[in-house]
Design a protein around this ligand. Structure first.
Ligand SMILES: *Cc1c(COP(=O)(O)O)cnc(C)c1O
Length: 611
């Protein structure tokens, strides 16, 4: 946009973004003193081509821009610098949206996007031509069928009234799944920088159905920049913890996007953990329930559960951040063992905080941690269980901010922990996709099922399917002795909004906000909250939540032993128990996350069934 009256007239059509080009060589260069007042919901976007950071920041300040579109050869470092400088000098409460442009011709190497994943908010695909943008013809949108990312993108390049039918078709295709916006320019111009209002009106009217549909249905279940899933999440931490959490927040995506990091993570998952874990078609179980049940065998991982995926990721993160001392909290000891394991692997000092009562109850895991070289420190305050161990760990971290990393064991805690843990566990759904495709010809199941303590195996199982509306998501909580018995851990039913361990989520609490002691026969599900992503999935209805009692879980666990020769962890048995309660169609493909093996639970099974 270039001319004052024309800007106002286009703004009246209520676009989501309006663009102003700051590039002297362009015929559309915006050289007015100011942009007229337009509705604040319209994001004023500066368009730049290889401009200096000073120039960009100056324009952002002067015109109060909320977004920038980068059309030149700006590097990932450039994008990152821009974001950081903006945060420092302009406004922390209004983060800048960075839209990085890529020009596409007959082909496009999508690997080019990778280094930008962590440092920009949107990609924009434009047609490669003589000028950086505004060339007036389209590229082959089918190329986007190979779009490997989940980052929302703008579609651009020669879009005009003649493209309406193509756009309608495109919105029904796979390639459009992450299409977030249409960017129109030259085809609607009377002359460079002067838009034809009537043509834009007609365009909008013709596409209104499609655009409304997208707005309503393209729901975002990923974390936003401030660490929220809808209304849940965030970072509610004491001031003294701020530098530690902030250091992690600023670095985690960047580190995870480094090719070296990714290569090391993948190699350890393969050679040390034993991934990919099999996706196993459980034939006899399927026959019994007259549906198609596949088990994702996280129980076969080294150390016997999914938890190791996360601790491997976090120990590599800690090393990249120059930390050589690791702390963790543990309840039943599973996360403590997974942490002690990776510390031994990397030769790092490991301190695990554990309630004194839990230490007495979980002797084998305490012994494992000690054999692996960890120091187990008893928490002696309060009820001397998990909550008190967490307090001790946080105290330690505050006192050792520089050399220590705190490994949290589930998709909980202050931002960025829930997102970081989810991304490390997302290897589960990444594998399910290709494994299912290999076995059934279709990468999407009809349902995904996982048990939820804090929600890390569930988050990993759902991650790559969150935005596939045809894939049903079932989350299974522990009802303990029954949802209304007072001895339960069914947070989505019993919980109310509250703050626990640094994030806002659903939480079991009394009238005056005291955390209620949860109960479940399975130690891993015995947690009074759920991760913020799951609170959001519950609130939006994206996931169906079910609560399973101790009794139903134990029976389902024993049934798996008899039908498939697999002894599941009691946590995982909760996910298996839904088949007694919920009907599936004979042709439904149901993938269940078998989060862990039952070796650790033998005593429980023995006592329960008097074996
Ligand atoms: C710890 C654990 C769980 C629960 O933790 P999430 O973070 O909810 O996955 C589930 N299953 C097993 C086997 C566990 O060890």
């Amino acid at each position: 946009m270039k001319y004052q009256d024309n800007i106002k007239n286009v703004a009246a059509l209520q676009p989501d973004y309006l663009g102003f080009i700051f590039y002297e060589k362009s015929a559309r260069n915006f050289d007015s003193e100011s942009i007229p007042d337009i509705h604040e919901a319209i994001k004023k976007t500066g368009v730049f081509v290889d401009a200096s950071l000073e120039f960009v920041i100056d324009k952002i300040n002067k015109h109060n821009l909320q977004a920038v579109q980068l059309h030149g050869n700006e590097s990932p470092e450039y994008c990152d610098d821009l974001k950081n400088r903006h945060a420092k000098f302009v406004s922390v409460s209004h983060p800048l949206e960075i839209i990085k442009v890529f020009s596409v011709k007959d082909e496009f190497n999508f690997n080019r996007l990778k280094p930008y994943e962590a440092v920009c908010d949107f990609f924009l695909f434009d047609t490669k031509g003589k000028h950086p943008g505004g060339n007036g013809y389209t590229f082959d949108w089918n190329l986007l069928n190979h779009y490997p990312s989940t980052k929302p993108f703008f579609l651009s390049g020669g879009i005009g009234l003649e493209e309406i039918e193509d756009i309608k078709q495109f919105t029904n295709s796979k390639a459009s799944k992450y299409c977030y916006a249409l960017d129109v320019n030259s085809k609607f111009e009377i002359e460079p920088g002067l838009k034809n209002i009537e043509a834009l009106k007609a365009f909008k009217k013709n596409l209104s159905e499609v655009l409304d549909y997208k707005k309503e249905h393209v729901m975002n279940y990923n974390v936003n920049e401030k660490g929220y899933y809808g209304e849940f999440g965030g970072a509610f931490i004491p001031e003294m913890l701020y530098p530690n959490v902030e250091e992690l927040r600023q670095n985690y995506l960047k580190v995870m996007a480094e090719p070296d990091f990714k290569a090391e993570f993948d190699k350890l998952l393969k050679d040390y953990v034993g991934r990919p874990s099999p996706l196993y078609f459980a034939k006899r179980l399927s026959e019994k329930y007259n549906t198609k049940i596949y088990l994702k065998r996280e129980d076969l991982n080294h150390t016997g559960a999914h938890k190791i995926n996360n601790t491997i990721g976090q120990i590599l993160m800690a090393k990249r951040l120059g930390k050589h001392r690791i702390i963790a909290e543990t309840g039943a000891g599973q996360h403590g063992v997974a942490t002690a394991t990776v510390c031994a692997l990397m030769g790092l000092e490991c301190i695990v905080y554990m309630g004194e009562i839990d230490i007495a109850r979980q002797a084998p895991n305490v012994a494992r941690m000690k054999m692996l070289g960890a120091k187990v420190v008893p928490a002696l305050s309060g009820s001397r269980t998990l909550k008190d161990a967490t307090n001790e760990a946080i105290r330690d971290w505050i006192n050792n901010p520089v050399d220590t990393h705190y490994i949290i064991g589930s998709a909980i805690g202050p931002h960025p922990y829930p997102d970081m843990v989810t991304r490390f566990q997302a290897v589960i759904s990444e594998e399910i996709k290709w494994q299912l495709k290999e076995q059934t010809g279709n990468e999407n199941p009809d349902y995904l099922v996982a048990c939820i303590g804090g929600g890390s195996n569930a988050a990993g199982t759902y991650y790559h399917y969150l935005h596939e509306p045809e894939v049903g998501i079932i989350a299974v909580e522990a009802a303990g002795l029954g949802v209304d018995s007072g001895e339960s851990a069914a947070t989505s039913v019993l919980g109310k909004e509250g703050i626990i361990h640094g994030c806002k989520t659903l939480l079991m609490q009394t009238q005056d906000g005291q955390i209620t002691e949860p109960y479940s026969i399975s130690a891993g599900l015995d947690y009074p909250g759920v991760g913020p992503m799951h609170a959001h999935l519950a609130k939006t209805g994206r996931a169906e939540f079910m609560a399973i009692t101790d009794e139903d879980a134990m029976n389902a666990g024993l049934e798996l032993c008899k039908l498939e020769g697999i002894i599941p962890a009691i946590e995982s048995s909760h996910a298996l128990a839904i088949f007694e309660q919920r009907q599936f169609k004979p042709n439904d493909v149901v993938v269940v996350s078998l989060s862990g093996r039952g070796d650790k639970d033998l005593n429980n099974y023995i006592e329960y069934f008097k074996i």
